[in-house]
Design a protein around this ligand. Structure first.
Ligand code: ZN
Length: 278
């Protein structure tokens, strides 16, 4: 796991075991706030040791940006932390999250000790503010990657934890293409200092608007390919010819994992458009 510091009181952890997923830590004199908790117990425990032994504090709050395993399985390794998330996150983690953890336990002993821990505090309006010893964290519901996705903005440092609204390639198969586009538009032009993606590298001030524009352009391009596929005799075969480089993304991103995500996006969007046509 890689650790870096992006501001005096803000650390980022990046997994070397699973898809460069990130977790963030905001440290205050009244304890730390952890944003997402990794998928493997080993990495969650490493974060906890760092907080306790190196920073001499504890994780007082956890914020889950959404219910997916790679952002929530580590919740159970932080005793006494209060977990905050969207109300939909609570529901999906309770239903889908529990079921998929049971399945994961069947196939690997790595998850033996993992238990689902649900948010203790939920919100169902557009936003929630968490204030702790001089830090203001603004939680905002910005769905698209999943119905429950939120972002976390640390106002004093102008740092945004984007969750999976930003990752090397947009991925909306468990969410909604249209929501994704709307949510990206919402975070444009806000003057962030740093943006932490749910997966991949930290985005610096000068690169943020370009990254958002690139993702919006990606969405428009796959939209036009998916609608062109409607008039193809073999639409899935046609979509397979549209590789990720045709729509302006490098195929080495996420250690080569982007092509698979991209193909799922194309099919998902095509299926949606095809069903809407009927
Ligand atoms: Zn993720």
């Amino acid at each position: 796991m890689r650790r870096e510091r992006v501001a005096d009181d803000i650390y980022i952890f990046t997994s070397e075991l699973y898809a460069q997923v990130t977790a963030g830590l905001v440290v205050t004199p009244q304890g730390a706030v952890l944003i997402d908790t990794m998928v493997f117990p080993e990495e969650a425990r490493m974060i906890n040791r760092f907080v306790q032994e190196r920073l001499n504090t504890t994780v007082r709050f956890i914020i889950n940006t959404h219910y997916h395993a790679d952002h929530t399985y580590g919740n159970c390794f932080f005793d006494n932390a209060i977990i905050v998330g969207h109300e939909i996150c609570y529901r999906l983690l309770n239903e889908i999250g529990r079921a998929s953890l049971a399945e994961a336990k069947q196939s690997s002993s790595v998850f033996e000790e993992v238990e689902i821990r649900l948010p203790n505090i939920v919100f169902n309006t557009g936003s929630l503010e968490l204030r702790l010893a001089g830090k203001t964290l603004e939680l905002e519901h910005l769905p698209g990657h999943s119905p429950d996705s939120i972002t976390v903005y640390v106002r004093e440092d102008r740092v945004l934890f984007a969750g999976d609204l930003l990752m090397p390639i947009p991925f909306f198969v468990d969410g909604s293409f249209e929501d994704f586009r709307q949510s990206l538009m919402r975070i444009k032009g806000r003057g962030y200092e740093n943006v932490i993606q749910g997966h991949g590298d930290v985005i610096l001030r000068g690169e943020i608007e370009d990254k958002i524009d690139e993702d919006l352009s990606y969405l428009s391009q796959i939209e036009s390919y998916a609608s062109r596929a409607l008039s193809e005799r073999k639409p899935y075969d046609f979509l397979e010819t549209i590789d990720v480089e045709k729509v302006g993304k490098s195929r080495i991103l996420l250690n080569g994992g982007v092509e698979g995500l991209h193909q799922q996006n194309l099919r998902n969007l095509y299926d949606y458009l095809a069903s809407a046509e009927k």
